[in-house]
Every structure is written in C-alpha cells, then in structure tokens.
Design a protein around this ligand. Sequence first.
Ligand SMILES: Nc1ncnc2c1ncn2[C@@H]1O[C@H](COP(=O)(O)OP(=O)(O)OP(=O)(O)O)[C@@H](O)[C@H]1O
Ligand SMILES: [Mg+2]
Ligand SMILES: [Zn+2]
Length: 296
Amino acid sequence: MNSFKHTRENLDERIRRLRDATAATRGPAPDVCGDCQGTGWTVRKENGSNRAHRCECWIREKTGKLKQRAGIPRRYTRCTFDNFTVYPNEDIERAFRRSRDFAATFPVRQNGLLLAGPSGIGKTHMAAAILNECADKGIGGLYCETAALLTELRSTYDKDSRTQETDILRRLANADLLVLDDLGADHLTRWGQDMLHTVLNTRYNQDRATVCTTRLPPSPHERDSLLFEIGGRLLSILHQMCDIVEFDGADYRHAGNHPGTDTLQQLWRARKRQASTPAPRARFAPPGEQRPAGTA
Ligand SMILES: Nc1ncnc2c1ncn2[C@@H]1O[C@H](COP(=O)(O)OP(=O)(O)OP(=O)(O)O)[C@@H](O)[C@H]1O
Ligand SMILES: [Mg+2]
Ligand SMILES: [Zn+2]
C-alpha cells in the first residue's frame, strides 16, 4: 500500500514538473482583452437597445498594422501633428493648418498636397503625420521616398528579381493615400518621369489623393525649379492634382535638442535677415571666374 502511495506521489510530482516545463516553453498565456474576451466586439446599450461596437483593442491592433504597412521610415514613425511645434511664422502656421485639415477630412474627396520648401522645415514630418492620422482612422496609406522607389522599380529588371514592375505600380496606384517624399532630389531620367507619371495619372483618374514633398520651387517660372528635375509632364499633373503649399521656416536640424518656440522663432528671424542681406561682393574674383572684358 505504502509503495503504491509512493508511486502515486512520484507520478503526481512528475506530471506537475512536466506541466511547468511545458508552460515555460509555451510562454505566458496570451493576454485576452477583458472588454471583449478576444472577440474584437463589445456590446453597448444605445437608446435602450444593444449595439455591437469594435473593441478598443481591435482598433489599436488594426491601426498598428496599418502604420507598419505604410512603410514610414523609423525616424518619422512617431511624427504627429501634436508633436509638431508651431512657432510664430505665418508660413509654418499655414502649412501646418493645410496638412492637418487634409488629414482630418481625408478620405472625403479632395486634392492632394505638394509641400514645398527648404531642408529641415518639417515637410516629411507633416507627410508622416498625415499617414499616421489616417491610419488612426483605419485608412491604409503608403510612404515612398522617390529615389528609393525608382531604385526598387529598376531592380525588378534584374533577371533574379521575383517582384514585377507591375506589382509595385499596382501597389502605388491602389493605396488609399500615397506619400511621395523628396521629389526632384535626383534628376529624373525619361524612364523615371514615365514611371511616376503612370502612377500619378492612374491615381488622378481614380480620384486617389497623393501627398508630395520637394525642396525645389514648384513654380516653373522660378530659377532652379522642380521643372528642371522632373520634367514638364510630371510637373503639370502635379499642379493639377495637388494644392501647392510652399513654405519656409527654421531648419529644425540646426535647432538643438527639443527646441522651444522661442528658439525656432529666433532661428527663423536670423534666416530671414540673412536672405534679405545682399551677399558681399568679392573684392577679387578667383582667377577661374574672371569675366572677359565687356561681359560684366
Ligand atoms: N516644427 C517642428 N516641430 C517638431 N519637429 C520638427 C519640426 N520641424 C521639423 N521637425 C523635425 O526635424 C527633423 C527634420 O524635419 P523633416 O525631415 O520633416 O524636414 P524636411 O523639410 O522634410 O527636410 P528635407 O527637405 O531635408 O527632407 C525631423 O526629425 C522632424 O520630425
Ligand atoms: Mg524630407
Ligand atoms: Zn478587446
């Protein structure tokens, strides 16, 4: 009898150890949401009758996936309108308002945006904030850095490539919202112009908005304008499908860590002063730059 009891205790102990070991390899039981017990739905009483609603946990998971799929570069994944510092500068205030309004009213049919201005003023931040806010509403967008996109398209011509050019073009054309960042950073070849024209034209015909950014002046009449880098056909469709938001401001990258509105305003003022001061004339032109007589 005693030996039977002993064997039984032994067996219980082994089962207990086995169960602990299995639990350890399996890890802790997944947290099941207390509000919906993992179904993704909760029921609330409205006007006396029960109605099913998407649970907060389901919405959080969905928006997380949309943000991940949007392909926003890591540095910009947390960019929102809340963490964009608006300082006294009419240009920044207007650009911020236009971008925030765009995100707030999307997907109601509207033109896209072309955010144009010098480096470091927050163009990519605003474009990422638009994508993030749309994801919060359950709308999937796509971020593309223009030069990287063209490299990706070109790589589909490699004989080992498993992706087809048409797959990428379809993904770009079908995204509810597309961000094309840094247009004109590289000079577009005729092929690049054709590719981007196909994407933009398809989106335009399907009433799908596109948000673009550029460091170059979008007006074809200005010096060193976007026209020279992307060509007339592409510029023309951009003007057709996007509202142009041209703005200037302080270069945030030169403003130190977590600058306040005062610092940004000071930087902005200094930049304006610099722009309005004519560059001093060189007393002596460097040898290679001496002009022939009569051409001054
Ligand atoms: N007003 C602002 N408030 C908070 N962060 C800002 C602001 N402006 C810019 N930033 C931050 O500064 C960095 C540079 O901004 P961003 O990359 O958006 O500039 P950009 O205009 O796109 O420049 P580039 O033309 O060189 O691409 C980013 O990390 C961005 O989040
Ligand atoms: Mg940028
Ligand atoms: Zn839940």
